[in-house]
Design a protein around this ligand. Sequence first.
Ligand code: RFL
Length: 409
Amino acid sequence: MREDGAAEAAGDRADVIVLGAGPAGLVVGNLLRAAGVDCVILERATRAALRTRARAGYLAPNTVRVLERHGLADRLHRYGQQHSLCEFRTPHGRFRLDYGSLGPGEPHTVYPQQELVTDLLAQYVDTGGRIHFATEATAVRDADGTRPSVLARDADGRTLRWHGRYVAGCDGRHGAARRSLPPGTVRRHHRDHAVSWLALLARAPQSIDAVGYAVHPAGFAGQMARGPEVTRYYLQCPRGTPADAWPDDRIWAELDLRMRAADYGPLHRGPLLQRLVFPLESDVLEPLRHGTLLLAGDAASLLGPSAAKGANLAVLEAELLARALTDDLLHDDPRGLNAYSDRCLTHIWRALRFSRWMVHLLHDLPVPPGPGASGRPPDRDALPRRPCLETLRTSRAEQDWFAENYTDV
Ligand code: RFL
């Protein structure tokens, strides 16, 4: 019976029920299928919506290696662009870092997330993978036993129950996997940086041939390539700003001001295709496993896009999870599953540390002691920004550290 007492449709079963068809869920699904593990993916969105959801774009070298290893990188190699240059614009001038020739000497590959999701979906569906679109998981049940199940609502509003042996929670930060964790079973490490970013996509070529990071008294502004005709921009904005609060003219004027177009050249303007506001925060769970429910991607850790880690961690964790599930289900070897959370968290803590350092580098956050003029509480890790930028500009050791952490997951 359903919780409201109405009849519950039968649903289905699979050894692994994967929640979510983002980068994490689709990599898990593809790798399980390739290994011969029985699985199904439940995805809330329609296929068309998934193929157009623009988010990340900078793939780390390790992400590309994971996708290559499993034959999932053909289109990425054909259409992705290598990228290895950052430009910092500050009130004291500008400087560039060719991070591809610093530290480990590896570039990013610029390939929009919706393209990656499209490729992963095609590969999964073309090889006969089971997936249900427009199907929203509402709860994971009995994860602490050996027969977990997932309740979901399909496009017709019917409630279905899927039975499995494991559930891969890849349904993001607000998904059913996180919500279903019983209180007290995981520890949450949450930090709110008390600022928001307005994320924009413009139909225009990039204005700077580098990732642009501009720190300005009016707030942070950034530019990241997404392809020859589309560019992502970010603007720091006050918490609570609605996405449509700023008309296009104000957005471009603010980008011109903060990126110092008057000094360094005009920005390429174009129609704004996307604008969304999100709070800058990090949110990591520990451990990433509760019995037969395992978390990966944003469901496990949300870091914010300041250091471009989220999609990269999602792919890394998905490979670890698929391998661990395969070893357990096909070879009766649970060691990978037992080590899964610790192995992922080693990468997550490292990415989190760098991502927070980037947040402090790019924003004028209040420094202890005492609240600043804004009345916001001080961030206990806040560092004065100018010496950080100056050290990054002048110290080769700092630049190598930056390059390693910027490209590593
Ligand atoms: P996703 O991609 O959010 O996919 C989760 C999927 O689960 C579905 N879902 C459900 N399905 C069934 N039942 C439910 N109850 C469900 N609830 C949700 C959703 O529809 C979705 O399809 O999570 P995943 O796979 O963990 O991947 C994480 C990445 O998407 C995320 O970390 C990145 O996009 C973060 N990020 C960036 N990461 C990078 O590595 N490099 C970047 O350059 C970068 N830029 C960004 C970003 C995130 C941004 N947003 C979202 C603020 C830029 C932006 C603007």
